[in-house]
Write a protein that binds this ligand. Structure first.
Ligand SMILES: NC(=O)c1ccc[n+]([C@@H]2O[C@H](COP(=O)([O-])OP(=O)(O)OC[C@H]3O[C@@H](n4cnc5c(N)ncnc54)[C@H](OP(=O)(O)O)[C@@H]3O)[C@@H](O)[C@H]2O)c1
Length: 293
């Protein structure tokens, strides 16, 4: 069985770290031997297009998993150039560099490409209409990724991990420090444990290599189930054995520089049927997170 060469960009982020952690522990759901190289801005700055071309002419990869991104949603409103550079122009730079070698490209996008006005889970065919600079830059990145025939774009939502900073860690910390916490109850979505998404990516690679099943296009992935940020926070606090009281508040009482989608539940039927995937419920995955952290 041949060795599969994989490159991860943005490897020190939440998702990139989960991919590396699974790879290092030998638990990637791939039958073959894998050789995975994890890079980040210090080792492979994806803004450096000249270096990118040289890098890919020197190293052969079967798959590139692009986890590099500008992810600071509020800051992006004032730094749109940087957001569009990393989330869109750099996707073009990566694709231009890998195209000559037919390398398969797995790119990560977001529920923020939608405006959140739906009343039922978003499918991959629903029109996008981002409300924020971040969402617009990610939408542009998707379009560029999809212009390459060997691209899979995975939209995900509410990502958290034992690595990096995220909502789960913030609530864990605040619920220990404070007696009360106000959390919005009118934004509905699905959390995604980055470990599950990382395993799903390895599963897709395995399907591609061993079942000849690589289907390009957009796919939605989050954990199963639906909740509000309030429900999520309450569950996190309970699992942290905290007595902190979590109060439900409306988004209008918690203003942020960027409008968040009110409803961003993703329909995952396509990824489950195309890639024969089983997705855990968000509460089960949160339990797993607590076991790991
Ligand atoms: N986080 C969420 O809730 C969420 C929700 C939906 C979708 N997503 C998407 O999921 C993907 C992974 O998100 P994540 O939470 O793992 O992101 P993350 O933790 O912010 O990781 C992104 C990584 O990319 C690196 N990076 C930035 N500029 C780079 C450059 N020029 N060259 C190489 N690397 C660079 C970052 O380094 P620095 O830290 O030094 O900047 C960071 O290590 C992203 O595409 C994101 O848009 C995230």
């Amino acid at each position: 069985m041949s060795t599969i060469n994989i490159l991860v960009t943005g490897g020190n982020g939440q998702l990139g770290s989960e991919l590396r952690n699974i790879y290092n522990s030998g638990k990637a759901s791939i039958k073959n031997t894998i050789n995975m190289i994890s890079t980040d801005i210090d080792t492979l700055d994806i803004t450096n297009t000249i270096f990118l071309k040289k890098f890919f002419s020197d190293h052969a990869f079967d798959f590139v998993i692009n986890c590099a991104a500008y992810t600071q949603v509020d800051k992006a409103e004032k730094e749109s150039e940087s957001a569009f550079l990393i989330n869109a122009s750099c996707v073009k730079g990566l694709i231009d560099a890998i195209k000559p070698y037919n390398t398969k490209f797995i790119h990560i996008s977001t529920d923020y490409v939608f405006d959140g006005n739906n009343y039922k889970p978003y499918t991959e065919d629903d029109p996008t209409s981002p409300m924020s600079v971040y969402g617009k830059s990610k939408e542009e990145g998707e379009k560029i990724a999809l212009s390459y025939v060997n691209s899979v774009v995975i939209r995900t939502s509410w990502l958290y991990s034992i690595f990096g900073n995220n909502f789960v860690k913030t609530i864990q910390r605040y619920s220990k420090e404070r007696e009360e916490l106000n959390v919005v109850f009118d934004q509905i979505g699905s959390p995604t444990y980055a470990h599950d998404l990382a395993q799903a990516i390895f599963h897709i690679i395995n399907q591609s290599v061993n079942k000849n099943n690589f289907v390009p296009g957009i796919f939605h992935y989050s954990n199963e189930g639906v909740c509000s940020w309030y429900d999520f926070a309450r569950t996190i606090a309970l699992k942290s054995y905290s007595n902190c009281q979590i109060n439900p508040i409306e988004s209008k009482d918690f203003p942020t520089p960027t409008k968040r989608p009110f409803y961003s539940v993703l329909n995952k039927t396509k990824i489950k049927s195309t890639y024969n995937l089983t997705i855990p419920h968000w509460e089960d995955s949160l339990n797993e997170y607590f076991k790991q952290s």
